[in-house]
Design a protein around this ligand. Structure first.
Ligand SMILES: Nc1ncnc2c1ncn2[C@@H]1O[C@H](COP(=O)(O)OP(=O)(O)OP(=O)(O)O)[C@@H](O)[C@H]1O
Length: 464
């Protein structure tokens, strides 16, 4: 309503207004965004590291599309490619049939961290997007007031971000995106920095606006790591696999709005998505290389260490042991109010160590996993040392140290090896895990100064 009123009020465009004339309103089903065979790589130590591969995705008017995937699967990268904020490495992204050559004129972004300028008031922050497009002061002010009203911020126009709660700051983020009336509103984990109740409230208001038709956008794209949020909000859920990010599965939600969280259909869909995300990903296919005939040997290049501490994975193993060595993963995460992103690396770690495996919806402890969960500290260290030698990076560090006469090696040596295959953030994460695991297993010790691994004194008795 407010935006309708705003449209009527809108003064003639100022001569400085550099915005292209608004395209006609897209009809439901019209393709707004079209990604064709998109790949994206980032520069690594000596080559490009693939993040997205072979992405074909269309976003149509009238729909809410959620992108789900494990941490690092490339969700934000894909969103940024679609918004034209970063260029694709190959393939095309089109907006209303025209390939992008820069920022997408039909999108605006809401960020997890709000991205507000602290020295500007709410009103000035909201006007920013319009100012960049050369919109005149009067029109800017009126449009900002409309967006501020729509998103429930009226009364806060002259407040500075530091005076606002997290929820109100994110409302400013929404108003700033909506004020440009983008065809597609893009949201990168917009609720994940907010407390549960604030997130729930804002999510609900947003969906009410969307359903009421008062929203000035024709489609929404949402990046989230929260399966329930995706099922609550989206018409279509696209699940990305990792390394590189490919579309693993697409779910049509098809549930009536407002969605009933405790309906059987809602829960069934959550379970299906959960299963897709917890199931073992297929080994990444390298273009041009034939599929391996048998299971590929695990190496540090194809099997990264999950970001899971010994304490975390032991805790999960103990909880599964308490439930009879087998439990429904989604139920467990639900009972503990854990995000899937927190659980998955622990599950991956149990799997990599041979302590657990996922079958359908369930996580099972293996025989050795059950023994590990029930062991005293010394036994658990022995079992862990044996299992950790099956983790390629831990084995690499241990055998390299054993073969080095001094029994010591700079962390930089392993950092350099990993940098050929992983981004620097992933290298740091993996070395952190390898340090934690190796120390606990008493395979090796690590000195932060001068960043050096050395064989643990008790290493002679540890497995080869
Ligand atoms: N500018 C960059 N330069 C180099 N590597 C990058 C850059 N941006 C992202 N990456 C890497 O690309 C991979 C995908 O990152 P991206 O943020 O797109 O994933 P994501 O699925 O959104 O992850 P998360 O859920 O953790 O936010 C990660 O390994 C990340 O470290």
């Amino acid at each position: 309503m407010i935006f309708d009123a705003l449209r009527k009020l809108r003064p003639a465009r100022s001569p400085r207004d550099r915005r292209p004339p608004a395209p006609p309103r897209a009809a439901d089903g019209d393709v707004l965004l079209d990604a064709g065979n998109v790949t994206k790589s980032y520069a690594g130590a000596d080559r490009e590291l693939p993040v997205l591969e072979g992405i074909d995705l269309q976003v149509r008017a009238g729909e809410v599309v959620a992108l789900l995937g494990r941490s690092g699967s490339g969700k934000s990268t894909l969103l940024r490619c679609l918004a034209g904020l970063i260029p694709v490495s190959s393939g095309t992204v089109s907006y209303r049939g025209t390939p992008l050559t820069g920022a997408n004129p039909g999108t605006a972004m809401v960020f997890q961290t709000f991205a507000l300028l602290p020295w500007l008031t709410v009103q000035q922050n909201v006007e920013l997007g319009l100012e960049a497009r050369g919109v005149g002061a009067l029109e800017r002010a009126e449009a900002a007031v409309g967006a501020i009203d729509l998103i429930g911020l009226d009364g806060f126009e002259s407040a500075y971000p530091k005076e606002l709660s997290g929820g109100m700051r994110q409302r400013v983020g929404f108003a700033r995106a909506l004020v440009v009336e983008p065809d597609v509103l893009m949201m990168d984990e917009p609720f994940s920095a907010l407390d549960v109740l604030t997130a729930e409230n804002l999510r609900g208001e947003l969906m009410e606006l969307w359903e009421s038709g008062r929203f000035p956008t024709r489609a929404i794209m949402l990046v989230t790591h929260n399966i329930e949020e995706a099922v609550l909000m989206a018409d279509r859920i696209v699940v990305l696999g990792s390394r590189p990010g490919t579309i693993r599965e697409t779910f049509e939600v098809g549930l009536e709005r407002p969605r009933q969280r405790n309906s059987a259909a809602f829960e069934e869909l959550i379970d299906r998505v959960y299963r897709t995300m917890t199931g073992r990903p297929k080994e990444p296919r390298v273009p041009g290389r034939p599929e391996p005939a048998g299971p590929e040997r695990r190496t540090y290049t194809n099997t990264p260490l999950p970001t899971a501490s010994v304490d975390g994975l032991s805790g999960l193993a103990e909880m599964v042991a308490h439930r009879g060595d087998r439990c429904d993963l989604a139920d467990l995460a639900d009972d503990l109010v854990l995000e899937i992103d927190d659980v998955l690396p622990l599950v991956d770690a149990l799997d990599l160590l041979g302590f657990g495996e996922v079958r359908g919806d369930d996580l099972l402890l293996t025989r050795v996993g059950a023994a590990f969960a029930g062991a005293d500290v010394q036994e658990s260290k022995t079992l862990f040392a044996e299992a950790a030698m099956g983790a390629p990076l831990v084995r690499l560090i241990t055998t390299s140290l054993r073969q080095n006469p001094s029994g010591a090696l700079r962390a930089g040596f392993f950092r350099d090896l990993l940098a050929h295959h992983y981004t620097s953030e992933q290298v740091d994460q993996q070395l952190e895990t390898a340090t934690d695991w190796g120390r606990y297993a008493e395979l090796y010790a690590y000195d932060a100064d001068p960043e050096e691994y050395r064989l643990d004194e008790g290493a002679a008795s540890t497995p080869r």
